[in-house]
Design a binder for this molecule. Sequence first.
Ligand SMILES: O=C(O)CCC(=O)C(=O)O
Ligand SMILES: [Fe+2]
Length: 301
Amino acid sequence: MARCGNILALGLTQFHKNGIAIIENVVAHSSLDHIRRRMLKDLPRNLASPEVHYNHGKTHRNVSQTPPLLADYLHEDIWANRVAVTLMEHIIGPKPQLSFATSNIAVPGGQGRQAVHSDYYCDHHNFPVVLEVCVFLDTVDRNNGSTEIWPGTHHGYTKEHHTFADMGWIRKSVFEKRAQICPPIQPVIPKGSLCVRDLRMWHAGMPNYTTVPRIMLGFIFSPKWFGSRMRLKLPGAARTIAESWKQVEVLCEAESAKDDMDYLNFAQEMNLTQKERDWEGKYVPKHGCISAGPDDYWEPA
Ligand SMILES: O=C(O)CCC(=O)C(=O)O
Ligand SMILES: [Fe+2]
């Protein structure tokens, strides 16, 4: 018990100070390897698809890929990890809702890097509400594209500091100033860890200099009162498993997907507002369409 108490106290301290808590040794390697094998097998088909979703431009080769949404792959220690959920419950309240699942793959051979950005591209409350659990399927470091993170940037910044209305990229003058107080880091994160981060915290996808794709799964949680408008689409058997987890509430579309669903073609749209998306209106995140240039990222002097 004491040990659990310590982890919780440490995790909460890290989270509130930095906007991210990294917890080691909480995911079974067998769960990670199982999903990793399948995703590596899916990757060529994802890259060949006309619908492939590149983040921050094509040349950087950071792609989103839907993880396998099949019953066998719904490992609870990844999708609804109890240590992560306990930490989240102490931040955003009981039984967080899971409404979005995706991944980012840093494909070898990419040029450049991502812009310094907050994933919270729109107006938000000034306290922690939307959290992401990130799970790397292998150890990450500077060499294979550990995400650059900007500790403490979940506080004190808003949409006012963004370059574009709906992308979350941070103005150069703002991140240059921040770097003088607290420069970013690329942490080493051992396999079996997970990260709980505040969606407001700045970060940037980095190059993968190895020949092995770096895969990071991302699961978005929010409190019930927030009323996330996003929904997962799971086939019946997977949905039954997800809905059996007592510690979280998994939000699914009203109708389950067919058992032979091609999950690679189901890319969820991000909506971090409390309203339905206005498909006709001006609010369309253009995250995937524009390449980041040197004015969008930070380099030490
Ligand atoms: O792949 C990564 O390390 C980060 C990706 C990311 O932040 C994004 O696409 O929004
Ligand atoms: Fe991001």
